[in-house]
Design a protein around this ligand. Structure first.
Ligand code: FES
Ligand code: FES
Length: 145
């Protein structure tokens, strides 16, 4: 059975081969902050970090994770981006928000003061049906304030 490091803790996931990481996180571990919308790798709602790199957990299999550390939105509770999204009112329904914040955390880790163009490029894989893109950009631009 795969042993995964998730938000700094080790978990053994007793799931069948073919189980997605999103399902493993949500159904086996109760980490329901990771959302599933399209379940086909199109929208980014399910984004988590694998060794610091944003991936779609709905098309990533538990058995393919290996040694790479998984970071979910629950592992980013203390990240200043959380407050920045609240300050900028960067959500409406909020369904896309965990994935947005996970992707944004990878961006600002590499580039703490991204330009507007860099933000749009880095966040292109995260869709928002509510159209909060300008506010998301504001939140990422002001996360260090
Ligand atoms: S739910 Fe995974 S990309 Fe849409
Ligand atoms: S806030 Fe509703 S989908 Fe983004």
């Amino acid at each position: 059975m795969p042993e995964l490091t998730i938000n700094g803790e080790t978990h053994v996931l007793e799931v069948p081969v073919g189980t997605t990481l999103a399902d493993g996180l949500r159904d086996e571990l109760g980490l329901t902050g990771t959302k599933v919308a399209c379940a086909e790798g199109h929208c980014g709602a399910c984004t988590v970090l694998l060794a610091g790199v944003p991936v779609y957990s709905c098309i990533t299999l538990v058995h393919m994770v290996g040694e790479r550390e998984v970071t979910t939105i629950e592992g980013l509770r203390a990240h200043p981006l959380i407050d920045a999204f609240v300050r900028a009112d960067a959500l409406q329904c909020g369904f896309c928000t965990p994935g947005q914040i996970v992707s944004a955390s990878a961006l600002v880790e590499d580039n703490p003061s991204p330009s507007s163009e860099e933000i749009r490029h880095a966040m292109a894989g995260n869709l928002c049906r509510c159209g909060t893109y300008p506010k998301i950009e504001e939140a990422i631009s002001t996360w260090q304030d």
